[in-house]
Design a binder for this molecule. Structure first.
Ligand SMILES: [Zn+2]
Length: 309
């Protein structure tokens, strides 16, 4: 089990309980969220929506075996109209949000929640959440999609598992914004899934299976924010507290970090594909400035770099 270099935060631990009948994930993020959110400087409620979606994206990505890029994307009619988070198979995460400030203020004014964190679906509105896995040209794009319905983001995600994968799943997400004492964002999630194949199920009679699943969910749901955000506890400590009486087996773990894949050359290539007219409309003082939407890095190009006469 490769756990020796596993960080308490910015990591995911995969585990089995009840003799391999259920598998789970425990994800805790801090620096990744701080890095993503400080680069954008969104209003607090928007940062919270992006942070929660980042935890969910990391969780969904961790359940898929892929070599390439996992992307979670939402499109909706609320004040936060779009979220994009991507997670590479090497564990590099980045993300951004699109939002309308007036719409956000009006919405929060109506609900008297101005400046406060709200459940993500309130600010996302109606629309969908989709995820894709791009493994390059070798394999097809894998895609999942679900309507944004539910009181919480975890309810939306559970709808996906119910409708599309038909695997018994439970998810609980946690979020903590910077407070007086701590200037850091904290996000976490725990997930439990019944294994789709017989495998370890043999040990549980069909009649008892439902009861066993309900019991496992109760233990998972008992995890609280104080515990999951306690930096003195590592993932094994937390999981041991929840599932020590249920044949807990940790089988995999990995670290994550923030990293954007933008660079000058890529951006130059993109700009070079624009027409001369489009480029001319972007020129100011003989220069073109472009900002990476994922990390807010600014790039400046001379006109001559893009339009080669
Ligand atoms: Zn970037």
């Amino acid at each position: 089990m490769p756990t020796q270099n596993i960080q308490n935060f910015d990591s995911c631990v995969s585990f089995f309980i009840k003799n391999g009948t259920y598998q789970g994930r425990l994800i805790r993020l801090n620096k990744v969220l701080d890095e993503i959110l400080t680069r954008h400087a969104y209003p607090l409620p928007v940062s919270a929506v992006l942070a929660e979606n980042t935890v969910l994206a990391t969780m969904l990505a961790s359940t898929i075996k892929y070599e390439g890029l996992f992307t979670l994307q939402t499109q909706s009619n609320g004040p936060v109209s779009m979220i994009v988070v991507d997670v590479t198979s090497e564990g590099k995460i980045r993300g951004y949000a699109r939002y309308d400030e007036n719409h956000l203020n009006k919405n929060q004014e109506l609900r008297k929640t101005r400046g406060q964190i709200e459940p993500s679906p309130h600010l996302m509105g109606n629309g969908y959440l989709a995820f894709t896995v791009d493994q390059g040209s070798k394999t097809d794009l894998y895609q999942g999609i679900v309507d944004l319905q539910g009181k919480t983001l975890s309810e939306c995600a559970l709808r996906y598992f119910k409708q599309s994968e038909q695997i018994d799943t439970d998810i609980k997400l946690f979020l903590q914004a910077p407070t007086g004492e701590s200037k850091h964002w904290l996000g976490a999630g725990i997930m439990l899934q019944k294994m789709p194949l017989k495998g370890g199920n043999n040990s549980i009679e069909e009649d008892d299976a439902k009861e066993a699943w309900e019991e496992a969910k109760i233990f998972m749901e008992s995890l609280n924010a104080d515990e999951v955000f306690n930096s003195a506890l590592n993932a094994q400590d937390i999981l041991h507290r929840l599932f020590h009486a249920h044949d807990l087996q940790i089988f995999n773990s990995r670290n994550y970090e923030f990293k954007c894949r933008c660079n000058r050359e890529k951006l130059l290539n993109t700009l070079s594909s624009f027409s001369e007219e489009e480029i001319n409309s972007m020129i100011e003082n003989n220069k073109i400035s472009a900002t990476c939407q994922f990390c807010s890095e600014q790039y400046t190009f001379e006109r001559g770099e893009i339009i080669k006469q």
